[in-house]
Design a protein around this ligand. Structure first.
Ligand code: ADP
Ligand code: ASP
Ligand code: MG
Length: 407
């Protein structure tokens, strides 16, 4: 019988020595009940930001290879401490870094993708009765250099390990009691969802619900690995199950409101309205691996037009520099970069069959005098770019307009 469970504890859950001791007790209890356990940990709360800040003080454009080695140390600390805490209460445990667990990635430092996991060492440790405590968020590339998996990447380490080790389930322990209709720290009366389909969770994560990293949900879907999101801070957390869609799942018109503050907008004014211009800009950005999200181009005015697009805040300087160089060549009138924006989105599978959802969203925002700068839609989503200072208000207003507190 499969008794293996992979558990992941996020930054708040391992944020203090007291919390690490508490988690160790919980794991030891489950071990006594007969489960085999692999635990993936994040760095202690705030640690990754602290390390990044230190790097910035040395050099604002530090090399990604060095950043990765630096950041990986946060997870190593919590991993070793939790392993020691387990050991001190008589629960056999062994800590492992990304390299020791055999997690191989590509070479994209700071946002590496997992290529394979060589599970031999982990399986041996489990067989000999150890709880394996893994430093999340990290791996090594083909050169043996340490890589990291992007912010929130320990979620992905956990699911990838669960899939490779063929665990019966993966449990993500965090500081909220599951996945909610909106970030419960922004909307106090947001509702916890019992179950969410892989596809809906993919949309929610990609639009800013940082409770699960997007790539972690991609893995779950690919390997059909059921995932439970629970709170580590309370004992009777009910949690949310992320699983395959089935007919008994609720399909409200709007199931979630997301906000992504990590967005910036670049506008290129007065570019010639000719074939090949958009291609020049976006090829230039793609060549240096910059992902662009929303794009709008205005109607031509006297053979010139404006193009706006969004990138993440981390990419704004790099993107602006490239656009400025290309803009000079085609004599664009002006280039403007605005980091003070955010993206607010509504998501719901039921939207497909209900017209008027976008109209309702725009009307709710206009009642609060919130100006919409850009709009994009898909079958099950509507997103608006607005000023960042109105972002949280917009989430609350939309949650109310779509009556989401009630089932
Ligand atoms: P961890 O350190 O455990 O990985 P994170 O901070 O990455 O935790 O993710 C948990 C946070 O995600 C919550 O504290 C909450 O503010 C935020 N969040 C955003 N959207 C949602 C949502 N729809 N449901 C639950 N939490 C959400
Ligand atoms: N410590 C990393 C971060 O803060 C990874 C993680 O927590 O999952 O993004
Ligand atoms: Mg996280």
């Amino acid at each position: 019988m499969n008794r293996l469970v992979v558990q992941k504890y996020g930054g708040t859950s391992v944020g203090t020595i007291e919390r690490i001791k508490k988690i160790a007790e919980r794991i030891a209890r489950m071990r006594k009940e007969g489960l085999d356990i692999v635990v993936v940990v994040s760095a202690m709360a705030g640690e990754t930001d602290k390390l990044l800040e230190m790097a910035k003080q040395i050099s604002p454009s530090g090399k990604d290879r060095e950043i990765d080695l630096l950041l990986s140390s946060g997870e190593r600390i919590s991993c070793a401490l939790l392993s020691m805490a387990l050991d001190s209460i008589g629960c056999l445990a062994v800590s492992m870094t990304g390299r020791q667990i055999g997690l191989l990635t590509d070479n994209a430092h700071t946002k590496a993708r997992i290529k394979a996991i060589d599970s031999k060492r982990a399986l041996k440790a489990i067989d000999s009765g150890h709880v394996v405590v893994v430093a999340g968020f990290q791996g090594v590339n083909e050169h043996g250099d340490v890589t990291t998996l992007g912010r929130g990447g320990s979620d992905t380490s956990a699911v990838a390990l669960a899939a490779t080790l063929k665990a019966k389930r993966c449990e993500i322990y965090t500081d909220v009691d599951g996945v909610y209709t909106a970030d419960p720290n922004i909307v106090p009366d947001a509702r916890r969802m019992n179950r969410v389909s892989y596809d809906e969770m993919l949309e929610m994560s990609s639009l800013g619900a940082k409770v699960l990293q997007f790539r972690c949900v991609e893995f779950c879907k690919k390997y059909d690995m059921p995932l439970i999101v629970k709170s580590s801070l309370v004992d009777n957390s009910k949690g949310t199950l992320i699983c395959k869609e089935d007919s008994s799942m609720e399909q409200p018109v709007v199931s979630g409101i997301m906000i992504d503050k990590n967005q910036a907008k670049i506008t290129i004014k007065g570019v010639p309205d000719q074939p090949g211009i958009a291609s020049k800009f976006f090829t230039g950005l793609a060549e240096v691996d910059l992902s662009v999200d929303m794009i709008i181009q205005n109607v031509s005015d006297e053979s010139h037009t404006d193009i706006s697009f969004t990138v993440t805040n981390e990419d704004i300087n790099k993107a602006t520099k490239i656009v400025q160089e290309l803009g000079k060549l085609i004599e664009a009138r002006n280039i403007n970069a605005d980091p003070n924006i955010c993206k607010v989105s509504i998501v719901g599978a039921g939207m497909r069959s209900h017209p008027g959802v976008a109209a309702k969203m725009f009307s709710a925002l206009s009642k609060e005098n919130i100006n919409i700068m850009m709009i994009s839609t898909s079958e099950i989503r509507v997103s608006c770019i607005i000023e960042e200072k109105y972002g949280e208000l917009a989430v609350r207003v939309l949650h109310k307009a779509f009556n989401m507190t009630k089932v």
